[in-house]
Each structure stands twice: as C-alpha cells, then as structure tokens.
Design a protein around this ligand. Sequence first.
Ligand code: 26Q
Length: 795
Amino acid sequence: MPKDTLTLPTATAFADDVLSHLRVTLAKRASGATRHDWRVALSLAIRDRVVEPWLASVDRTYAANGKRVYYLSLEFLIGRLIEDVTINLGLEDVAREAMESLGQDYQSLVAEEPDAALGNGGLGRLAACFMDSLSTLGIPAHGYGIRYEHGLFEQHFKGGVQIETAEAWLAEHHVWEFERPEVRYDIGFGGHVDYDAEGRATWHPAEEVIAQGYDTPTVGWQAAWVNTLRLWAAKPIVHFDLEAFNRGDFIGATASEALARTLSRVLYPDDTTEQGRTLRLKQEYFFVAASLRDLLRRHLFEGHALSELPDHVAIQLNDTHPALAGPELIRLLVDEHGMAFAEAMRTARACLGYTNHTLLPEALERWSEGLMKQVLPRHYAIICLLNMESLDETGIAILENGSVKMGELAFFMAHKVNGVSALHTELVKETLFADLHRSYPDRIVNQTNGVTPRRWIHSANPALSSLITETIGEGWVSDLERLRELEPHVGTASFDEAFAVAKRANKARLSDWVARETGMALDPDAMFDIQIKRIHEYKRQLLNILETVALWNEIRDDPNGGWTPRVKIFGGKAAPGYVMAKSIIRLINDVAETVNADPVTRHLLRVVYPENYNVSMAERLIPACDLSEQISTAGKEASGTGNMKLSLNGALTVGTLDGANVEIREHVGAENFFLFGLTADEVGARRTRPGHARAAIEASPRLKRVLGQIANGLFSGGEARYGDILGMLWDTDYFLVTADFDSYYDIQRQIDVAYRDRAEWTRKAALQTARMGWFSSDRTIAGYAKDIWGAKSLL
Ligand code: 26Q
C-alpha cells in the first residue's frame, strides 16, 4: 500500500483543504457558510484522502487476478461516516484541530450528519461490519445493495404511541458516494418467454428500468485497503417518451418512470404487511440482476472464461432476500452465454453461499408461484427445473402448496450454507433444514457473528480505547484478541480504577444527553440497565417491563429495603404493521410515565425510552451500559450482535442460553454472566403443555399482581388499554414470558446485590472487555474467507 497516502497533513494544510472545498466545490466564502456547508466541505476534504488508497486497491486487485467476494444484501445499516472514515485514516486529531482553527466545533458538526439507515437491524448492521472487516483484512470485495431514497422510518412517540415518519437522508447531497452514470443495466420484469427450434429460451420483458450504480468507498483500518459498496438506484429507461406524449398518451409516457420511482424508493421495514409484496419481489430481482451483470461484465473484461467463474467469484447471499441470484445466474449463463443447463447449475452453485439469519417461521420467505410467474416468467421456469433437480437429488421440493420456498432454493443453489452462532447452526441442522442436511451433510457450517472494533469500541468509546492503548499498546484495534493482554492488569487497583473512571465518564456523558433530549435528570451512579434492539415478542421487552413493574411494587412495599438504584433504558422500533410490538412500546412508555413520577421510588428506579433508536444512538448508549439485556426466548435469537457490542464495552449480560449468548458466556466465564430461563429444549417441551401460561401466572403472585395492575388501568389512566397483551399472556404466551418471569426476577435481585460490590463489579466488567476479542468481525470474515469463499488477503 502506498504509505504516503497515510502521511498525515498538518492541521493548517487540512484546514486549507476544507476552505478550498468551501470555495471551489460549494462556491461559498467562510463568512457566508452554513453549518451544513462546513460539514460538506469537511467531508470532502476527508474523502479526498480516500481516493488514492481506493484506486490503489483496485489496481492491486486487477494485478492479483484472484478471487473477489460479492456480498449481496438488501440492507446495509451504515450510520454516520465522517467519524468512521476519519478514524480509519488516523485523521481525527488533525480534523478536530483544523475545524477549531476555522472556528467550527468538530464534534457537533460530526453529530449533524444524518445516519445512512439502509437497514432494519442486526442483518443490515452485520453487512456494514462485514464491509469494514473485508477492507481491514484486504480482501477484494464489493457490497451490492439498493440505494434507497428513504431508509428506515423515523420513530416518534405521541402519547406513548409509536408514530412513523419518512426518513430522507438523501434530501441533502450525500457526499460519500460517487455517481457512476456509465454503470447502467436494463432490468426487465414480466412479459413472456420464446423458444427457438433448439429449445433456447429468450425472455421478452414487458417493462424495463435502468439500474444505475453509486459507489461508496469502504475504508479499512489505516486505509491500507479500500473496497466498494455499490448501491443501485432505479432510473426510467427513457426520461420522457415525447412521441407517446405527442400522441396524447400521457399515462404511457410515464409508465417506466413510475416503476423506476418506486423501485428504489423505500426500505421494507419488515414482512408483516401483505401490501406492496410485489414491489419487494421486484426490488429483490432488481438488485440481484444488476449485481450479477456487473460482476459478469468484470469477469469477462478481465479475459476469463465463464467456466472459470468459481475461481474468481464468490457470491454471498445475506439471507434469502437475494436468493434469485441462483436462477438469475443460470439464466444469464444459459440464455445469454449459451452454456448447458447442467454446467450452469454446477457453476452457479460453486459461486454461491447462503447465510441464514432466522428460524422464525413467519420470517422465512415464500413467494406465490403465480406472482413469480407473472413478474419473472423465465426465472419461474428455471425454478421449476431446479425443483425437479432437487426432488431427484434429495426428494425435497422447492415448490410447495403453490409457493416458492426461498430457503430451500437458496440452500439447493449454494455450496455452503451457514448459521450465525453455534447454537443457531445446530438448530438449522436439526430443525429448519434437517432433511436437506441429511442429503448434504457437509454443506451447513457455522460462522459466529462478530462486530467491527473500529466503530464499536475504538470510535464509540474513546475513554476506554485510550485506557486500553495506554495499557497494552497499539495494535489491538485490528487484532482484537490482543485484548487478552489486559487480563493480567484486571484486578489491579490502578487499572480497575481507571476502567471505572472511563465507565463513569461515559455514563455522565449519556446522562447529559438524556437531560437534553428528555429533560430527565439521571444519576450516573445508578446501574444503567439497557435493552436496545428491534421490538419483537421473541426478544421479550415485555418480560423486562413486567419485571420493572414488579420491582417498583417491591420498592413501594419497602422503600428502605436497601435497593440498588437502577435506570432501565429501552431503545428500538417496531415494524409499522406489528400491532403487538406497538402495544408493548406503549406499555413501556405508560409504565415510564407512572414510575418516573413516583416520589417514593424516583431516586431508585427510572425508565427511559428515547425516540428513534438508530446506529448513532447505539454508539452513545453502548459505552455507558452496566447491564446488557439479552433475554430472548431460547432458540429464537439467531445470534444477536448488540450482545457482543455491550459486553465488549464492559457491560455484564443478563441473558438466556440463546444465540451467541452461549458463546459469549463461554468466553467471559459462567461466573461473569447472569444466566436465567428455560433452555431451547425446555422451551419446546413447555410450550406444548396445555395451560402452561395460566399455571405460571397462578404460581407467581408477583407476576399476577403486575398483570392485575395493568388490567385495572393503573398505567393507562383507568382505561383498559392492554387487552391484547393480557390475553396473549394468559392464553397463549408462545414466547414463554410467564414461564421465565420468576427466574428473571430472581436473577435481577442477585444482580442488585452484585452491583453494590462496586470493586467486584468493575473487575467483572473489565474482564468482559479483556475476554471479548474473539467477537471481532475480522475473525468472522477470516472464517468466511477460509471455509466458504476461498478468498485471500492482498495486504
Ligand atoms: C422479509 C420479507 C419481506 C420483507 C422483509 C423481510 C425481512 C427483513 C429483515 C426479514 C428479516 C429481516 C432481518 C432479519 C435480521 O435482522 N436478523 C438478525 O440477524 C442478525 C445478524 O445475523 C442476528 O444477530 C439476529 O439474531 C437476527 O435476528
């Protein structure tokens, strides 16, 4: 890597770069510049320094003539970029000083950048961490996705109820992307298929749009390598059909425009609404088709034969959302390049890998055969052939009851299928794909998730990061297992005190923010107990808030009982169509209002639920956490990645034996993990016991009292507002909130006691950081590269 690109400019030189962009790019004088102008000029000055290492990485990739990784994902939950890129460039001190010299507050400018929220949650954020690690490891890679005009909706609370408004990150110029007007592909939909005398198929789509590429560089640690995130925007095929317009055909003139405008308009917040499902299928095909054509063009441009595709191309499918890549790659090879079907199938399979992220039946994608045939007639025919191949090879169908099972399709078309934690992978083998696993016993592998240390500790937690560097030196940011070197220091007075000071400072900083945002004053010495993630029944925010009410009751019964002061912090959005999740949000807000107003308990218990949880809020909350809530029904959380970020930053976990919690507990030590609840096996057995929920409530006076208070409207001004939640808990309780309640309440009281021994708690907290190094996404990506992709680092 050309070292000179990392040579840092002086603050004066960098300030000149910023001023130059202000004048030359934005045509503004410093005297007339808005804060937005300053931020754009700063970003461009930073971006300038990415270009050389980026071009150098491209050159080296072509020269090496090896394998490229293509990560296909409908979501990339990136967050803000100024700080991320600055830190990877080692430029943060220079940039800060330069902006101060220009009379601008660097920190607040950085905080005004809108989040790129092109994802819903874990799956999307994982894709962003993976891009970071691919670059840090120097593995040539492209991320491919959609350039949504509107990312995940913004969440507001009105009377405690979630209201959604459109997010508009592209409303202002997005400085990090490079528009590529020359990278365009026509993408077709609908129509019919013709066959010639040799049985060769030609698809004649009824409508077409253009996919146009926009590239964002993804900068690795110290800019030693830079990869590309290429996002596709839909554009109309003809800007305007003047002829049709002149004929008076005003509708026809805009048909392609209408489709193009909607295709990349908005990120789907979930799969709970039937509405707009056709559009979702079109989005999936749109970005898969553009990406495959792009990578085939590159492959052929390099002079390789199509039979060599698997030597140069590894395509990873982030869940089934891009599973049409299988049939589309076969279509391109057979229909457009004349390859025989059997060879095309073998070739495609050798390129493809599929990552499963969920066992929840409702989250498994199925498309009706009718819709598939209508939107993608040629692909439907190919899927029918694959269905026959699958039945022949394994006896397992891809088509069932009139629908295309995307999981089975992805599995059949991939040479490797992976789960995202050890437990999840075993459950994938035993349940979801048990039959397929018997037919292909070597296909399923595990790759436990990880998180990028650059964003999730080095950048988000400067206080802890400095302490680590002072203690073990540089190097740990790109080699996180070196955190183990902290262990001999843990338990020494000087290190533990410094660790406690850093945590206390982070909590004070969060308290200031909460005061600004909500007007509520928090005590930074209270335990900060945090649950941040999408709101879902299986994640059991309900269990947490019911326990909060039970605790409130006990404190009121005995206000001088030596209670440990706690702040319960919630963050997360519910899918707009997910009625029960929205009800849970309202209950949390209702409980917060009552509890926070109680003069008897307010110094001992607070409930905080800031609006609009996103990546940037996560970066604020995670460094300030004492207790991390990972309390999903065992067997339901595929992995979790928030659990890793919180523990890495020195939070202790209260959790079930679910997802990656199992492995986190193994790494940090069982004595440093607060375990409770039924195991995945026990959950299965309990659920089938008739009347299990009613029996559990009757057996727990504490829980019954809480449910009675909710039923009586104690938190809703006397109004019966929560019949849905109460009915669900008494009669079904699929996620076993009632079964785990007592176990959860009891462990929380043990946690209260543990927190009061401040020295011992700090020691355990520091051990988390020292022992969590394995959960770096660098380790995860190295695993994919070795076990699935056969890809090499070019560093
Ligand atoms: C499907 C069909 C139609 C519309 C939307 C969807 C859809 C969208 C997003 C289905 C699923 C998702 C997201 C899933 C997800 O985030 N899963 C999480 O992935 C993380 C990374 O592996 C894991 O850590 C989490 O455990 C898992 O829940």
